[in-house]
Design a protein around this ligand. Structure first.
Ligand code: 4NP
Length: 149
């Protein structure tokens, strides 16, 4: 099983989602990666605020480097989780067929099915925003881990 976490820049939310889910699943059974729909930060480490909040909960995400989502990801991954509505729409616009489109899910629907809630973009806010994102993603990833294992 291969799972991709997607946000806009691939430096704040999706690196946390990748690190959190990978920490909850067997690495031989479930591969987790992340990407951004925009290329602004390609090649960069996660935002220091994401690195710090992950470290606080015992997760090291400093091995990650930002990359841009590509249409090829539809061939590689079984499930693709969007952090927000805009990431979701951007990926659906790239889907080549209904099979591609069916892989794309809103991550917070794992916690609240059918809600279509977005993980708020914490980039322009303070550290509290990253704590909030962490706790939302931790809850959602717990559900995903239960489902895929
Ligand atoms: P992310 O946050 O999508 O959670 O990685 C952002 C990172 C960078 C920007 C926006 C959101 N930016 O505009 O550079």
């Amino acid at each position: 099983m291969k799972i991709l976490m997607v946000c806009l820049g691939n430096i704040c939310r999706s690196p946390l989602a990748e690190g959190i889910l990978q920490s909850k699943v067997h690495p031989d059974k479930v591969k987790v990666d992340s990407a951004g729909t925009a290329a602004y930060h390609v090649g960069e480490l996660p935002d220091t605020r994401s690195i710090e909040v992950a470290r606080k909960y015992g997760i090291d995400i400093t091995n990650q480097r930002a990359r841009k989502f590509s249409v090829n990801d539809f061939d590689v991954f079984d499930l693709i989780y969007a952090m927000d509505e805009s990431n979701y729409q951007n990926m659906l616009a790239l889907a080549r067929n209904s099979e591609d489109a069916s892989k794309v899910k809103m991550i917070l629907n794992e916690t609240n099915p059918g809600s279509n809630n977005s993980v708020p973009d914490p980039y322009y806010g303070g550290v509290d925003g990253f704590e909030n994102v962490y706790s939302m993603l931790d809850e959602a990833c717990e559900k995903i881990a239960d489902k895929v294992q």
